[in-house]
Design a protein around this ligand. Structure first.
Ligand code: F6R
Length: 592
């Protein structure tokens, strides 16, 4: 979703630096962008709708700049609605992530007192609130900070704001909910909503907590508590990845790169994550009851975790979609454990769910890819996914990583950690073979055949049911072909009505206890003219296409996600879509 980058330093090309940083935030999803610099004590702006693409900074030299990528919430995708927003006096340029819940109440008195609004956004209201606060704040080096804190206290909702003051050359920021990170560079201090915008300058960062504000001046950044106004000592952390990890490294796009990084990710987990899995297993073993939650792909991994923990460790955990978990919280008590899965660690539905659960006395364990993210810092116990940066909007390698961590945890719970590691390595080897050989070409041919069809159905039972949901999600979000995943047994309870001659149906049929029943279901759709694509160790007479996946016991689930990823990818290409940036989607969903 929206991205923020601010720079206060010595380089006169602040505009260029901000624009390059915004390009690093593109993967989060956005529909307009803007940059402001301080020049001759004036705000100079460049704002545009659409993608940054090959745009270059057309702004005068300055050592202070602030930029934003906007994913529209309040107000359409127009140039005036793009951030930064400037106050009436032309002294402030402000950017914002989040939603100001009380923006109407704030706007009316401002309009009456003569403030001129130029956009339809909730954000511009903050600019004018801040302008009014600035008029009240005493002159001096902390004037901007004090006004920012005073304005921020008036906002309702989850927000992160950053404001550039052309008179002082400072940037002040404050946050509740949406992420903000201070980057400590050589002779420059930066501010970003995502670590990847900072990596060209530094890996030394401070993650702002909710209710904190920062005043960024050249070579310094001072942290404050919004409620008390007291200064705080910043905690410095090191980002575990460098810029190279975020580059394409010869791949045509990030989706391909990240699909191919799955074997290495799995081997890394097998080699280094046992102690994390053991600790998580101990927490699960001790808890009175355990809930596993996540959204989207992370939710599918959580559901798979429910099956894996039951089958491997005989342990019952309850899956819930994070956005629905609030409606089940009556059962969460002291002694409950909530295991939250998230790539970004910023998904608002997950953060809200764990906050509420902690309020009821539960402990929180998080399985997260982005170390230092909100969820990571909030959790009582955090397990890193170790997948490296994931920049394609679609989750692929982090899905494999979540399954591997949960599988290893289940094996640790069953006191068979060695078996767990061996399973994960087997899955890594099989994915490598699948991606290197004929099977990838076969999936490309299947994509060719079905690329003009309107629907794809995917069925699986037991541990393959979450895989059916995940396969369908991958296909539909990147190719826009309507795809639905079902529990195999559910087909004849309604969905079978949709089957027409030639409708493709992908059947997940590993050699486990679901094998015979899922094939029986497949035969029923075949009898109605369906085109069957079987994903299973051996062929079957009903399959029109057979994607062979070795029998790896529970680890088959990790491999069985890959055909859907590759199919979705080829369908996207054939239908002319950018696989890295599907329309309307954002990498990190920080608003409800
Ligand atoms: C789908 C996808 C999304 C995310 C979901 C949760 O490919 O990426 O469904 O899984 O938005 O995001 P995280 O894992 O960051 O909490």
């Amino acid at each position: 979703m929206c991205g923020i980058f601010g720079y206060v330093g010595t380089d006169l090309d602040a505009a260029g630096l901000v624009l390059r940083a915004l390009k690093q935030l593109e993967y989060r999803g956005y529909d307009s962008w803007g940059v402001a610099v301080a020049h001759d004590r004036r705000v100079v702006l460049q704002k545009q709708t659409g993608k940054i693409g090959e745009a270059t900074a057309a702004l005068p030299p300055s050592t202070v700049g602030l930029g934003h990528t906007r994913w529209a919430t309040h107000g359409g995708v127009t140039q005036p609605n793009a951030h930064p927003h400037v106050d009436c006096a032309g002294r402030l340029a402000l950017v914002h992530n989040g939603i100001v819940a009380n923006y109407r109440e704030l706007r009316d008195p401002l309009t009456r007192s003569g403030h001129r609004f130029r956009s339809d956004t909730d954000t511009e209201v903050i600019t004018h609130v801040l302008e009014a606060c600035l008029a009240q704040a005493p002159d001096g080096p902390e004037q901007l900070l004090k006004a920012t804190i005073a304005a921020f206290r008036q906002l309702k909702g989850l927000n992160a704001i950053a404001v550039l003051d052309v008179r002082t050359g400072q940037i002040a920021a404050a946050k509740s909910g949406s992420p903000l990170i201070v980057g400590w560079g050589e002779g420059a201090t930066m501010l970003a909503s995502d670590y990847s915008a900072l990596l060209d300058h530094t890996r030394r960062v401070t993650f702002l907590d909710d209710g904190q504000a920062v005043l960024v001046t050249r070579g310094s950044g001072r942290l404050f508590d919004v409620e008390t106004g007291c200064e705080l000592a910043p905690e410095i952390a090191e980002i575990p990845w460098d810029r190279a990890a975020t580059e394409l490294a010869g791949y045509p796009d990030y989706m391909t790169k990240e699909i191919h990084e799955q074997p290495a990710t799995l081997r890394r987990i097998a080699a280094t994550s046992r102690h994390h899995a053991r600790q998580l297993a101990a927490l699960i073993g001790q808890a009175r009851d355990v809930f596993v939650i996540g959204c989207g792909t992370a939710g599918h991994a959580a559901l798979a975790g429910q099956y894996l923990l039951a089958r491997i460790a005989g342990h019952r955990v309850t899956f819930a979609t994070a956005s629905e978990f609030q409606y089940l919280q009556d059962f969460v008590t002291r002694g409950s454990l909530v295991v939250a899965l998230s790539q970004s660690g910023e998904t608002i539905d997950v953060i809200d769910a764990v906050r509420a659960a902690r309020g009821r006395g539960a402990s929180i364990a998080a399985v997260v890819n982005v170390e230092g993210s909100t969820l990571w810092r909030f959790a009582d116990h955090a397990v890193p996914l170790m997948a490296g940066p994931e920049r394609c909007v679609l989750s692929t390698k982090t899905f494999a990583a979540k399954l591997a961590i949960l599988m290893l945890t289940a094996y640790e719970l069953a006191r068979q950690g060695d078996v767990g590691c061996a399973c994960i390595i087997n899955a890594a080897d099989e994915i490598e073979r699948l991606l290197a050989g004929d099977r990838r070409d076969l999936i490309r041919r299947i994509a060719d055949e079905i690329s003009t069809r309107d629907h794809l159905f995917v069925i699986g039972r037991g541990p393959s049911y979450p895989l059916a949901l995940e396969t369908a999600l991958k296909v539909k979000e990147v190719s826009y072909v309507h795809a639905e995943g079902f529990a195999g047994g559910e087909l004849k309870h309604g969905v079978i009505a949709l089957i027409e001659p030639g409708t493709p149906c992908l059947v997940l049929a590993p050699r486990d206890e679901t094998h015979d029943d899922i094939l029986a279901g497949a035969m029923q759709v075949k009898a109605r003219g369906d085109m069957l694509i079987g994903v299973s160790p051996e062929p079957h007479e009903a399959f029109d296409y057979h994607i062979a996946v070795a029998d790896l016991g529970p680890a088959t689930a990790i491999v069985n996600a890959v055909p859907g990823q590759v199919l979705g990818y080829y369908l996207a290409l054939l239908r002319g879509h950018d696989p890295d940036k599907p329309r309307n989607l954002a990498k990190s969903v920080t608003v409800k």
